[in-house]
Design a protein around this ligand. Structure first.
Ligand code: ATP
Ligand code: MG
Length: 428
């Protein structure tokens, strides 16, 4: 069972929304999921349609007494297909005081013990919705978990306090001697505002590979769904909020600790070129975000680097002519080796808020396994998508604010079996 704590001491950054909707999306994909609402506000309990005041027993029973952990099974409620809930209640706010006299070790290990007491294979996932503070409840969650998701909202000053939280997590893991995989999820993203875009870029630059590729966009349906006590997937299945959480579920599922998305495809050094610090900002941020020293030329179509990298390639082994004739969204790949290599495509637009890429290489799941960068060139925004592809021919489209479009800068297209045109990408 993967136990994931959703943590941030900052209020209103999307912890509960993430917990509930990621859980529902994982459950919809067939995983058995337990939501653990460890926040006395009981928002996750409410968002899953349960009135905490009508629940007789909640997590207080599990956490308050030394023999509490064995009661976990008794309090669990079924709230959907494959989806269960260990509910919260306001009484949990009294826990801190109740446990004050107990040893720290004892009072923070109860949730972990409770999860250990569940019959093996009951759940594939347990998702813990934490309160907006780091007290005994959050410590219980961190001790029980092997993974942490920190939602960071892009609509306010998200970064404030995160370093402190990461420090706390690091100290805790050192003290209790267990590893926690920490990942950052950007939430409440409003691509129309410069602030949101700048915050997203800052978060990605600061946290690099810790960030999920998936970004949760601002979507009022998420709020409405919570108000109705339903996950977004069953309330408004086609809303952006549902699409984003479905993508997050795919990403989470594909990135169990020790089996990251990228681990399956070793990156081959493709060129002896080195990117200097003077390289374009795009390359610098690309480097920050990923291990691009292995693919410097791929992020660099506009500079002299590209020219020299192409010049260094034997002409016959690449579609050099067509590539040179293609606009910048075309792909660059090296001729050496047959191993997967990083391939870069770009989409430019002045109006779009959200641009993803889907193709046969990622099962047509938008942005699955794709690294993304967003940069501005004056009024135009540039979405850079870094794909890891073995040599072959691929079809793809961009998903621009939910609309599926062929790549406007790639003249190579093919009719799709389901209508419309797909762009074609050849990696040699
Ligand atoms: N992507 C989104 N788009 C629109 N509204 C959102 C989004 N994410 C969260 N919200 C709304 O913002 C509010 C705060 O979100 P949420 O309750 O998930 O945050 P939280 O971190 O759990 O807050 P707390 O710290 O109080 O527990 C809620 O009303 C929620 O419905
Ligand atoms: Mg909450």
């Amino acid at each position: 069972m993967r136990v994931i704590a959703i943590v941030n001491q900052k209020g209103g950054c999307g912890k509960t929304t993430t917990t509930v909707n990621l859980a529902a999306a994982l459950a919809a994909d067939g995983a058995r999921v337990l939501v653990i609402d460890i926040d006395p506000q009981a928002h996750a309990t409410l968002a899953l349609g349960i009135d905490p005041e009508k629940v007789n027993e909640n997590l207080y029973e599990v956490l308050a007494e030394p023999d509490g952990p064995e009661y976990l099974q008794e309090i669990i409620l079924k709230v959907g297909e494959n989806l269960d809930l260990a509910p919260s209640g306001i009484v949990l706010s009294a826990l801190e005081q109740k446990l004050a006299s107990e040893r720290v070790e004892a009072r923070t290990e109860r949730l972990g013990a409770a999860l250990d007491s569940l019959p093996e294979d009951t759940y594939e996932y347990a998702l813990i919705d934490c309160p907006p503070n780091v007290g005994v409840l959050t410590f219980n969650a961190l001790r029980a978990a092997s993974e942490v998701i920190i939602p960071l909202e892009t609509s306010r000053f998200a970064m404030h306090g995160v370093e402190k939280l990461l420090e706390t997590i690091a100290l805790l893991t050192e003290r209790i001697g267990h590893d926690l995989t920490v990942r950052i999820l950007t939430t409440l993203y409003d691509g129309r505002t410069r602030f949101s875009r700048a915050t997203l870029a800052e978060i990605r630059e600061s946290f690099k590979d810790m960030c999920f590729d998936t970004v949760i966009r601002l979507n009022v349906k998420l709020r409405e769904a919570a108000g109705r006590g339903r996950p977004i997937a069953s309330f408004a299945a086609s809303a952006n909020g549902a699409v984003d959480h479905a993508a997050l579920a795919v990403e989470v599922d594909a990135s169990a600790p020790g089996a990251s998305l990228d681990a399956s495809a070793p990156v081959q050094p493709q060129s002896s070129l080195e990117v200097t610090p003077e390289a374009s900002p795009l390359v610098q941020s690309a480097q920050l975000e990923s291990s691009l020293e292995a693919s410097s030329e791929t992020a660099q179509p506009e500079s002299s680097l590209e020219v020299s990298s192409k010049a260094a390639q034997p002409e016959s082994s690449l579609e050099v002519a067509s590539e040179a004739a293609l606009p910048e969204s075309s792909l660059e790949a090296t001729p050496e080796a047959s191993a997967p290599r990083e391939v870069v495509v770009r989409f430019r637009d002045m109006q779009a808020n959200d641009v993803r890429i889907a193709g046969d290489f990622n099962g047509w799941v938008p942005d699955k396994g794709v690294r993304s960068l967003i940069e501005s060139e004056g009024q135009t925004r540039v979405w850079t998508k870094i794909l890891l592809l073995a040599p072959g021919t691929y079809q793809y489209r961009y998903v621009v604010d939910g609309e599926w479009r062929a790549d406007p800068e790639n003249p190579e297209v093919i009719s799709s079996a389901v209508g419309g045109r797909n762009s074609v990408l050849v990696v040699r």
